[in-house]
Design a protein around this ligand. Structure first.
Ligand code: UDP
Length: 326
């Protein structure tokens, strides 16, 4: 069975391709290589194309005739979305609309979508489960929420079946270190911390220490990328079994502050992490922690690697052997 994986050259998409190949599917990467890496396409063929160019999407469907879609490709930086919301609406929403329309036109009706907890925004004291009212703080979250709505409408009218995963913070790397996390520029906390540990940057700037949290820094719920992509295989099978459209949070329910992540990195690497305190980063939510176990209960998702030491250890191993750096 052929699965079109948009963003298959990126961090999460490349791990998903490995998991698909291991599970007997053929992943076909569709990527514009704007933030992904050719070297990360290791588990199946690829098509170079851009979702905002519908012709290239149509060509991919004509050539490979996929049976289902896993849609990872997106811009995903809060700072960039705050600075340039139009980029996010065009790339994430228009690109997804082209993809969804083309999938429907080709009768490819099983669709797994990467959404985000950023669609919830800041909700002090509210348990973030799949029924929580979405109130994104930035154009990144808003663009993902809009795509969720597109899927809903195409489902009603065209019978598109979909599973939506709202990710919390994805971290770690393939335990075999075949693929891992590598962005340029890097903006995510754990790889930045590891860059600082390795001396590749002077220090980690902590974005704000005056938040209303226990230690004053933002709190996030981190999930190991291998566990996350396992959920996608289960989500794909859910659709192939003919089950209903469903939204699932993917988080563990445990929150870690920025300072706690840095402390964990110190312990795992046994090295110093130079830090400085900076201003708050515009668009950041104070605390994003999943309050749902729907994925465990309904998909039988069993995250086994999503402990902070394990995520940092796997990310650190990858950091040391990564073979597609610059
Ligand atoms: N963060 C930080 N310094 C950095 C990068 C991130 O303090 O150099 C903080 C950021 O403000 C947020 C958390 O770490 O509270 C996780 O940020 P990341 O960009 O990794 O993921 P996001 O939560 O934005 O998806």
């Amino acid at each position: 069975m052929k699965i079109l994986v948009t963003g298959g050259a990126g961090y999460i998409g490349s791990h998903a391709c490995k998991a698909l190949a291991r599970s007997g599917f053929t992943p076909i990467t569709f990527d514009n290589f704007s933030t992904g890496w050719r070297e990360a396409v290791r588990f199946g063929p690829y098509v170079e194309g851009d979702l905002t160019d519908k012709g290239t999407v149509e060509n991919a469907f004509k050539k490979h005739q996929p049976d289902a879609v896993l849609h990872f490709a997106a811009l995903s930086r809060v700072d960039e979305a705050m600075a340039n919301p139009g980029l996010y609406w065009r790339n994430n929403v228009l690109g997804s609309l082209n993809l969804v329309e083309t999938a429907v036109e080709h009768g490819c009706l099983d669709f797994v979508f990467s959404s985000t907890c950023a669609t919830y925004g800041d909700q002090d004291g509210v348990v973030l489960d799949e029924d929580t009212v979405q109130a994104p703080l930035n154009a990144y979250g808003a663009s993902k929420q809009a795509v969720e709505r597109i899927l809903h409408d195409f489902s009603t009218t065209h019978g598109l079946r979909h599973v939506i995963f709202r990710y919390f913070n994805v971290a770690g790397a393939d335990p075999d270190a075949e693929v891992g996390e590598f962005h340029r520029p890097e903006t995510h906390l754990i790889p930045i911390v590891l860059d600082a540990v390795a001396g590749a940057r002077d220090q980690v700037t902590i974005y704000g220490t005056d938040y209303p949290t226990e230690d004053g820094t933002c709190v996030r719920d981190y999930v190991h990328v291998s566990d996350l992509v396992d959920a996608h295989i289960l989500g794909l099978r859910w659709l192939l079994d003919g089950k209903e459209n469903r939204v699932f949070n993917l988080g563990t329910g445990s929150g870690f502050s920025v300072r706690e992540v840095i402390d964990a990195a110190r312990r795992v690497t046994n090295r110093e992490v130079p830090t400085e305190i900076g201003d708050r980063r515009p668009g950041d939510a104070i605390k994003l922690v999943s309050g749902s176990s729907r994925a465990e209960e309904e998909l039988n998702w069993q995250p086994t690697k999503s402990t902070m030491p394990q995520m940092i250890e796997d990310a650190w191993r990858w950091h040391q052997v990564a073979d597609y750096k610059e």
